[in-house]
Ligand binder design. Structure first.
Ligand code: NDP
Length: 316
């Protein structure tokens, strides 16, 4: 039996820093926001151990604790935070329709998309084990590099992100070993050359990760294999960084919104507006460049302000 259709002034999809910041602003503007948390309540930050670069936390805070605080702040002003996964949308008319878990239908005056992006991982059991333990696997050098100061780390990937992150790590860590699965970089020449010219970065070409090694709690090294010679090496390391790309969580919007070739939502420059009136985007779903909690929060604020102004203009 289908449930009756609910009407909502402002629907926020996603529960990372972008979604909760949008919710705080929308709730305080009396827009009665409803926020659906999605499959990973709290977003990517829940896979991060300590957050030390979000202003306002001089002693740092864990990712999950920070997300609970953001949620509490959004709820304090009346945000209706719900479990659920938006599985389908229809943005073909003035009333923006969304479906929760393929059943419940909601009609929204405004929609703020804060669905984020997911870092890609290799998928090895050992990698996932230490990622979940917070024991030395990371997909964000800017977030976690500092914890490996003066230590040896390994990074996987050969695109612009991997080069940028390897270079960032080289300034903190005593040694960075970069595992490149082919005999060439995918990155632009300038980025690849910067890595090649950095003395404490060692590049191993044709090299694939076999296993992340550790003592059960923390990473102690990486076993990798040369796919041309089959030679196996064990590289001592306390950190294992994965920089093989991100996937924006935007599949359900592709029939309605303008996306770039990777799937990031294209917003009107300097705003959170998409190509559909009343639909706004914030956070990593539209950002392959900065990808930080603080930039996501900033664009969440922009989306709520843009949504509020859109509603005001409709009300005349
Ligand atoms: P890319 O898709 O460009 O690169 C991914 C890299 O990861 C490739 O080198 C790929 O190898 C490697 N890879 C993928 N899967 C595996 C695997 N299972 N094992 C080992 N290696 C793997 O992603 P990026 O995040 O680097 O970049 C995304 C976009 O953002 C690009 O357009 C990039 O130019 C842009 N960008 C620009 C920056 C800048 O200009 N400052 C900074 C960061 C990103 P292979 O090459 O063999 O396929």
């Amino acid at each position: 039996m289908s449930e009756s259709i609910e009407k909502v002034k402002c629907l926020i999809i996603g529960s990372g820093p972008a979604g909760y910041t949008a919710a705080i602003y929308a709730a305080r503007a009396n827009m009665h926001p409803v926020l659906y948390q999605g499959s990973q309540p709290g977003g990517q930050l829940t896979t991060t151990n300590d957050v030390e670069n979000f202003p306002g936390y001089p002693d740092g805070i864990t990712g999950p604790a920070m997300m609970l605080e953001l949620q509490a702040q959004a709820q304090r002003f009346g945000t209706d935070v719900r479990d659920g996964w938006i599985t389908k949308v229809d943005f073909s008319s003035d009333v923006h329709k969304v479906w929760v878990n393929d059943s419940k239908e909601i009609h929204c005056d405004t929609v703020i998309i804060s669905t984020g992006a997911s870092a890609k991982y290799l998928g090895l059991d050992s990698e996932q084990h230490y990622l979940k333990m917070g024991g030395g696997v990371s997909a964000c050098a800017v977030c976690d590099g500092f914890f490996y100061k003066n230590q040896e780390v390994v990074i996987v990937g050969a695109g612009d992100s991997a080069c940028e992150e390897a270079h960032y790590l080289s300034k903190l860590c005593s040694k960075v070993t970069m595992l490149v699965r082919r005999d060439v970089f995918r990155a632009s020449k300038i980025m690849a050359n910067r890595v090649k010219n950095t003395p404490n970065i060692e590049i191993l070409y044709n090299t694939e990760t076999e296993e992340v090694l550790g003592d059960g709690q923390v990473v102690t090294g990486v076993r990798a294999k040369n796919n041309a010679t089959n030679a196996v090496v064990e590289i001592p390391a306390t950190g294992f960084f994965v920089a093989i790309g991100h996937k924006p969580n935007t599949d359900i919007f592709k029939d309605y919104l303008n996306l770039d070739e990777t799937g990031y939502i294209i917003n009107n420059p300097g705003t959170s507006k998409t190509n559909i009136d009343g639909v706004f985007v914030s956070g990593d779903a539209a950002d392959h460049v900065y990808r930080q909690a603080i930039t996501a929060a900033g664009t969440g604020c922009m989306a709520a302000l843009d949504a509020e102004r859109y509603l005001a203009s409709k009300e005349g």
